[in-house]
Design a protein around this ligand. Structure first.
Ligand code: ACO
Length: 428
């Protein structure tokens, strides 16, 4: 295969190198095109633009492959733990038993947050969405650890910021929920594992401790693994682009949390449950809602369907669908919206509109149903996603810095008015 692509503009030929990834993906390197020709490429939404070379996650949306650092998501979901997967994503290799114990120990030691965070929390109204609270608390870490904003530090110091963030994020996430509920916050219990500690901080009350159920912690751990990274999506790209200005780790991750909040990204799992509830309240007429989704005059979309990259199936959705069945059976939960979800999926997969556009259930279609069964309220779903995605964001931020990537600064094609003369208000 040729090592160059040719672009011919006005009879002039420009040769552009072809880049090949380790899984044989191909890209045309256009980085010199503008300096050679004055021409830029235009790709709204970056649908066909590679922003970086990355060694973290490989996915092939056409055949439904998702690997973290080369390990298939199916194997990790079946055999690994979220802590181990976090280590894998951030440091590049699976840990030895000694490395894992040290990592677990470090991320457990730092779970407590400064008491003044409670004052910040008190300042939010109870109407606050937990995602807004979470992103604010994460960015506030800069104020509590001012040295962390100085990035000319030793790798050990940067690693300490990473460990702190991994450890404190479940505390912040649980506290954002307690704020919503108007309940006193719980302090972390460092005798518990990552998921059990999070559930304890979420659900224990001054009058009642929380009983850890292994079915629940295992299901939660699996969900976090499935969400841990997804290469250059909206929030990961946000983390990298904010970090490319040399903003701190905490500032970059806080930006990623905000990017994830939107209903077309991480907010979709909440939107799925809201949609299924609406269908149920409306009498469960699935066809009516399918027709709404297909009607181009109706802005409604089938939430949890379609994906920017997966055009065959989302491998995470397969694992989650099975997990949803297992968890609901193990917990003895009868959830009528699971039946609506299954009916909707069955109808959509047989409908030419969805088939032609390659719209399949994505990871969010079933994750909300599991969260509900675990007792996690709808407004916390996106927070759960952020908790899972944290090691991926950290890995993306680290890689961007390690590659010494330039500040992110796209170009544009201007379509506004051309130069004109200003007249004062009185003359207009
Ligand atoms: N329901 C109905 N129609 C849809 C849906 C949907 N969920 N998704 C896409 N379409 C249609 C579009 O209307 C468009 O139709 P057209 O070709 O007739 O104009 C076509 O399918 C292509 O859609 P695009 O928006 O161009 O696809 P894109 O790749 O840009 O969008 C996205 C992907 C945003 C995920 C989209 O499918 C969507 O809005 N889905 C619902 C929200 C959702 O579930 N988001 C979660 C994504 S997963 C995640 O972030 C973890």
């Amino acid at each position: 295969m040729s090592e160059y692509a040719q672009i011919i503009v006005d009879g002039k030929t420009y040769e552009l190198p072809i880049i090949r990834g380790t899984e044989n993906e191909l890209a045309i390197d256009i980085s010199k095109l503008r300096s050679q020709s004055g021409i830029i490429t235009l790709d709204p939404g970056f649908k066909n633009t590679g922003s970086t070379k990355s060694a973290i996650t490989f996915l092939d949306g056409e055949i439904g492959i998702l690997n973290y650092r080369g390990y298939p998501i199916e194997q990790l979901a079946d055999h690994s733990t979220f802590t181990e997967v976090s280590y894998l994503l951030i440091y590049g290799e699976l840990p030895t038993a000694v490395e894992l114990a040290a990592f677990q120990n470090a991320t457990t030691q730092h779970t407590l947050v400064h008491e003044d965070f409670k004052t910040i929390l008190d300042g939010f109204p109870s109407t606050s969405h937990p995602m807004g609270v979470l992103s604010s608390l994460v960015t506030a870490l800069n104020a509590f650890y001012p040295k962390s904003t100085n990035l000319d530090k030793s790798p050990e110091a940067i690693n300490l910021s990473i460990i702190r963030l991994l450890a404190k994020m479940p505390t912040f996430a649980a506290w954002s929920y307690k704020k919503k509920m108007g309940q006193p916050v719980n302090y972390p219990n460092n005798n518990l594992d990552y998921c059990s500690n999070f559930l304890h901080m979420m659900f224990a009350l001054p009058t009642m401790s929380y009983d850890i159920n292994p079915v629940v912690t295992k299901a939660l751990d699996k969900l976090l693994i499935l969400h841990a990274d997804h290469e250059q999506n909206c929030s990961a790209s946000t983390v990298r682009i904010v970090g490319s200005s040399q903003a701190s780790l905490y500032a970059s991750i806080s930006a990623g949390i905000n990017a994830l909040w939107g209903p077309l990204h991480g907010g979709a799992n909440q939107a799925v449950i809201d949609m299924l509830e609406s269908i149920k309240a409306d009498g469960g007429n699935i066809q009516k809602w399918m027709d709404k989704a297909k009607d181009k005059n109706d802005p409604f979309r089938l939430m949890g369907f379609g994906h920017r990259v997966y055009k065959n199936f989302d491998p995470r959705a397969k694992i989650i669908k099975k997990a949803a069945d297992e968890v609901l059976t193990a917990l003895g939960v009868q959830d009528p919206i699971l039946d609506i979800a299954k009916g909707l999926e069955e109808k959509a997969l047989a409908d030419p509109y969805f088939v032609e556009r390659k719209l399949y259930p994505n990871v969010d279609f079933y994750s909300g149903i599991i969260y509900r069964a675990l007792g996690i309220p709808t407004e916390m779903f996106t927070v759960m996603f952020a908790l899972g995605r944290l090691p991926g964001w950290i890995a993306q931020w680290q890689e961007m810095r390690g590659n010494q990537e330039p500040i992110g600064r796209p170009r544009q094609i201007y379509t506004g008015k051309t130069k004109r003369v200003y007249f004062p208000c009185s003359q207009r």
